[in-house]
Design a protein around this ligand. Structure first.
Ligand SMILES: [Zn+2]
Length: 343
């Protein structure tokens, strides 16, 4: 009896041992396959220096070829810097990216999302304009061999102290996602006029806009899909960020955009506009209103504080980012109108 129990229990321990060995080799295999999968998604250098985000990012299909991710509506340092949009146009000869998000970590996450639907190489990254929230992820795509394309005027941002000051500031305010290894890359190709190209049977039209929202802006039209990627020329569902914009030229451009045949418009911030007309009108109305109120103030030689307080801004108060962006916008526009009046 005792021998029987001994025999059975040793068999039991033997099977347990086999089971443990099997399980551990399984999990080893599993983690190996997982790591080889993730290293095929990312270049080896990404893993060590680029920390992982905790944000939720969904890749959304907009049209036959266009997919996008949409940042939150907050200020630049909220949501781990995920406050701007980016798009991927998938063709059977490669992927074109539009804007590179506000940190390398976000770009890696975006790339991972793209890799769930295609293994096509990333061939181009087209940048709507050189502002921190659209360019800090560029290095991720550059490492994969993508050509960086940006509008003329990018260097007015890049060659001024503001570019480095902003980077230094973001290394603190967006730590650890913006850190010592985060670099601002120059474009390989500079756009200074309307430029067409085709890839994998998809026709692209890059429209160079000159100085509008920034020192140089462009939009990208995906012709077959009738989708316009507008960068920060149009803000949907939030107060625009006008910074050092040339709002005069910006307004002229918005008035000229032919949106009659568009299927959809993806702004640089905020939701896709299924009704491009109304999205354009919102940004147009905001710029027009602020400019006309401040023009009056400049003509009357009011101080900025007097001018700001004399206007009823309640029509914009409920729009996201009003608190963080509006007064600064009005101040910038007030200054630029003073300058315009001296021209
Ligand atoms: Zn932006």
């Amino acid at each position: 009896m005792f021998q029987y129990i001994l025999k059975n229990s040793s068999m039991f321990y033997f099977s347990l041992l086999i089971l443990v060995v099997l399980l551990s080799s399984c999990s080893q295999f599993d983690s190996k396959s997982r790591s080889s999968k993730s290293s095929s998604l990312k270049s080896s250098t990404f893993n060590s220096t680029i920390p992982k985000n905790n944000v939720k990012m969904d890749l959304i299909k907009l049209s036959k070829h266009v997919y996008y991710v949409q940042g939150a509506s907050g200020v630049a340092t909220e949501n781990e810097g995920y406050i701007s949009n980016a798009a991927a146009i998938i063709t059977n000869k490669g992927v074109v990216i539009f804007d590179a998000l506000g940190t390398p970590s976000l770009a890696v996450l975006f790339l991972e999302k793209i890799r769930t639907i295609t293994n096509q190489p990333i061939v181009k990254v087209i940048v709507s304009h050189y502002h921190a929230d659209h360019i800090y992820g560029l290095s991720v795509f550059k490492e994969l061999g993508a050509e960086i394309i940006a509008p003329l005027g990018y260097s007015d941002y890049l060659d001024l102290p503001i570019a480095n000051q902003r980077l230094e500031e973001r290394r603190i305010s967006l730590a650890p996602w913006v850190n010592e290894t985060t670099k601002i890359l120059r474009p390989d190709t500079v756009i200074e006029t309307k430029t067409n190209f085709a890839l994998g049977g998809v026709d692209f039209e890059i429209n160079y806009l000159g100085r509008a929202h920034s020192d140089g802006d462009l939009t990208l039209l995906i012709k077959q899909d009738k989708v316009l990627l507008s960068g920060d020329l149009i803000f949907e569902g939030r107060i625009p960020f006008t910074g050092s914009a040339n709002t005069k030229h910006w307004l002229e451009l918005l008035e000229q955009i032919d949106n009659s045949s568009l299927h959809a418009l993806l702004p640089g911030h905020g939701a896709v506009a299924k009704d491009p007309n109304s999205a354009i009108k919102q940004t147009l109305n905001y710029l027009k209103t602020v400019r006309s109120k401040m023009q009056f103030a400049v003509d009357e030689m009011m101080t900025f504080d007097e001018a700001y307080d004399s206007v009823d801004w309640s029509e914009f108060e409920d729009i996201p980012a009003f608190k963080s962006a509006h007064r600064i916008n009005v101040f910038g526009i007030y200054l630029s109108l003073e300058e315009e009046s001296m021209e």
